[in-house]
Write a protein that binds this ligand. Structure first.
Ligand SMILES: [Zn+2]
Length: 272
């Protein structure tokens, strides 16, 4: 059965973002205010036709809702996810209850790559930031597909290398770049993955994601708003000047994109 032949399935809704009231969550209907491109996952699109077709036979599309928790640290990995038009966040937590975002996944990547490294439990919590659709595959099927396809393994290994580079850069970014530039970068990354310039997040949630005090996020958001790069109202951020926001973002934004295209762009071209 092909992936498109499966009916969409819904996953149970988890708790909302901290600071986001239930009535103000994003939902698929709310995001329809902006047209989205035909959805595909870029990792899978870069596979050869043969590998991709075999892989998609084992996938099923699922609808993911805003603020859903897909997994928690230490839980067994039952599925891997390949986002099509949604955005997922990976977060580490501390005993004190604080959380920090350590990864953002959209149609450029996947959630669950730890399976390839021999792990069978989730290393972090993963939550849906922007709702949409993803392709989901069972853990055993993913391992089986990786064992059976050199092309798929190569693609996954390139992706792991990209993730390691981006994680190292994210650590440097947190230490050396100012909050306003980091916020601009974060908003652009979310836009790129969710394919929408509409982002639903409170200052409290942004504060947690960026690991800075709320007052710092408020100052940064106000500055971007005064520069007419974003609009902000009641937890609803709209990017109104993407080029200007790119200029305001720290160099990590462009560097991450270059790392990805250098490592995975060539495989996409080779698969055509
Ligand atoms: Zn940076």
């Amino acid at each position: 059965m092909s992936a498109t032949a499966h009916s969409l399935q819904q996953i149970s809704t988890g708790p909302a973002w901290p600071g986001v009231k239930d009535g103000s969550r994003f939902n698929a209907k709310g995001l329809a205010i902006e047209a989205k491109p035909a959805a595909e996952n870029r990792l899978l699109a870069a596979l050869t036709d043969r590998s991709r077709e075999a892989f998609l036979e084992c996938c099923e599309p699922v609808t993911l809702h805003a603020a859903e928790i897909l997994c928690r640290s230490g839980e067994p990995i039952r599925y891997v996810y390949f986002p099509l038009d949604c955005c997922l966040l990976q977060m580490t937590g501390f005993d004190s209850g604080e959380r920090l975002e350590v990864g953002m996944v959209g149609d450029e990547g996947m959630l669950g790559v730890s399976l390839l490294l021999g792990a069978d439990v989730w290393p972090q919590l993963a939550q849906v930031q922007a709702p949409g659709t993803a392709l989901r595959m069972g853990a055993a099927a993913f391992r089986r597909n990786c064992r059976g396809s050199v092309n798929l393994r190569q693609e996954m290994h390139r992706y792991i290398n990209v993730l390691m580079s981006q994680l190292a850069r994210a650590i440097s970014c947190t230490h050396y770049h100012v909050v306003e530039a980091r916020l601009a970068r974060w908003l652009l990354m979310s836009r790129d993955r969710a394919h929408t310039s509409q982002i639903r997040l409170t200052h409290e949630a942004l504060s947690e994601l960026l690991g800075v005090r709320r007052a710092g996020v408020t100052r940064a958001a106000n500055s971007l708003r005064r520069r007419r790069l974003i609009r902000y109202s009641r937890g609803h951020i709209t990017i109104v000047d993407a080029s200007g926001l790119e200029a305001a973002a720290c160099s990590c934004y462009a560097a991450d994109k270059h790392t990805y295209s250098s490592a995975l762009g060539s495989s996409a071209a080779a698969a055509q």
